[in-house]
Write a protein that binds this ligand. Structure first.
Ligand code: HEC
Ligand code: HEC
Length: 369
């Protein structure tokens, strides 16, 4: 080896050694990739300042289920409350009809007993919603005070009809738990526990809740056939002369089973709610309007409607069939309003119900959720 070659070799060796010794232990969190179900929109609602990571989602899940997040450090069970008290996993993150904390299906503030303004909402597929959150869509880009799921986390912790906490108490409770510092470090780079980080982690977890694993999804992919009854229900659901549900609740071309838009679907002749869509937009045509909920997992997410007035799906179908109430604000997409409903036969209603059952994710059917 001549001198130049030797010098070159030594330089290479040095560079190699330097790279090895400078490589720090890996601290970057792992990006979380949303597995977008077949046919779903690909535009995700993820704020630029809160990219999803595996570590953030794992931390968010623990916080979401943590009964101390409301800020009580004692062990008095009557003082505890987590997000999961109202958003129950086995009910598509809705309140459910067998909730041990709210046996009547009506959510209330932990220490105030004050009823929530509206029925609880399911939390799946929110990452695909770009139209605003809450029944009236008031949490959206146009609202300077509350526009994101991050904001909703904070609101839920503080609200006197929800967790009844304070920022100081919530922080103290989470800081007192030795499991958290490592997890905050893994998710956000340091052990510091702040309200903003709590909001971010829980929002990441909520965005990770995707529903798209039902019999109907396999049908869409051509992997499983629907029974003749389910298929007939599906045809009724998606045709104007049938049950005509698809304009607001989606179809195979819109498999979220909601447009995420706002309609008055004819529940009441006079809307008595001060928190309808109109209360937010000020547009009279929005009186009595609410966001059309997704019908995915609808069979496990009773009670139904913004006020939880219907306790089972048969009541909902009877309403659409013969109970529509006239008002000038009912959406023009709600056909047959003058006749009070669709007036389908009992057999047709059972077919629609059979179709709605195909929208239930496998996890709920096999009990793994
Ligand atoms: C006491 C019951 C209760 C608790 C506890 C609760 N929520 Fe909710 N949540 C509700 C109700 C009721 C709504 C519907 C609000 C409305 O539209 O008026 C809702 C709506 C939401 C929404 C909007 C969903 C959508 O589709 O627009 C999100 C997101 C949410 N909650 C997340 C959380 C998180 C995260 C926590 C914990 C920090 C939490 N909630 C705790 C009752 C609760
Ligand atoms: C004009 C739009 C529109 C049409 C058409 C429509 N819906 Fe709805 N649907 C809504 C809205 C809006 C809500 C929420 C209303 C509320 O809570 O006040 C809703 C609520 C529901 C709910 C309750 C879901 C929950 O989680 O609370 C079910 C179930 C439902 N609709 C099924 C159907 C079926 C089945 C059809 C066809 C027969 C249908 N809808 C037709 C707009 C519509």
């Amino acid at each position: 080896m001549n001198k130049t070659k030797l010098a070159g070799f030594c330089l290479l060796l040095l560079a190699g050694l330097l790279t090895v010794s400078c490589r720090k232990p890996r601290t970057e969190p792992t990006p979380y990739v949303i597995d977008i179900p077949f046919g779903f929109p690909t535009r995700l609602n993820i704020p630029a300042d809160n990219p999803m990571t595996e570590e953030g989602v794992a931390l968010g899940k623990l916080l979401f289920e943590d009964e101390h997040l409301c800020g009580y450090q004692g062990s008095d069970p009557d003082s505890l409350m987590s997000c999961a008290y109202c958003h129950v996993r086995s009910h598509n993150y809705d309140i459910g009809d067998d909730n041990p904390h709210f046996p009547d299906g009506i959510a209330k503030g932990r220490s105030t007993g004050k009823r929530t303004i509206h029925n609880v909402m399911p939390l799946t597929n929110l990452v695909f919603n770009n139209e605003g959150y809450f029944w009236n869509g008031s949490v959206c880009a146009a609202n300077a005070n509350a526009s994101s799921i991050e904001d909703i986390v904070r609101m839920a912790i503080l609200a006197d009809d929800e967790m009844c906490g304070t920022e100081a108490r919530a922080l103290a409770a989470i800081r007192a738990d030795s499991r958290y510092p490592e997890m905050f470090k893994a998710a956000f780079g340091s052990e510091e526990i702040t309200m903003v980080r709590i909001q971010k982690a829980i929002a990441q977890y909520v965005r990770s809740l995707v529903s798209g694993n039902s019999k109907f999804d396999r049908y869409l992919k051509g992997r499983e056939q629907l029974t003749p009854q389910e298929l007939h229900g599906y045809i009724l659901f998606t045709t104007e002369e049938g049950a005509d549900c698809f304009h607001c609740h989606g179809s195979d071309g819109s498999p979220l089973f909601t447009t995420n838009l706002f309609y008055n679907n004819g529940l009441d002749a006079v809307c008595m709610d001060d928190h309808d869509r109109y209360a937010f937009t000020g547009d009279v045509m929005d009186k009595g309007a609410y966001r059309a909920p997704s019908l995915r997992n609808v069979m496990v997410s009773a009670p139904y409607m913004h006020d939880g007035r219907f306790t089972n799906i048969d009541e909902v179908l009877t309403f659409y069939n013969e109970g529509l109430q006239f008002s000038p604000y009912v959406s023009p997409l709600m056909h047959k309003l003058e006749e009070g409903g669709r007036h389908l036969t009992p057999a047709e209603l059972s077919d629609i119900k059979a179709f709605l059952e195909t929208l239930t994710d496998d996890e709920y059917l096999n009990g793994s959720k």
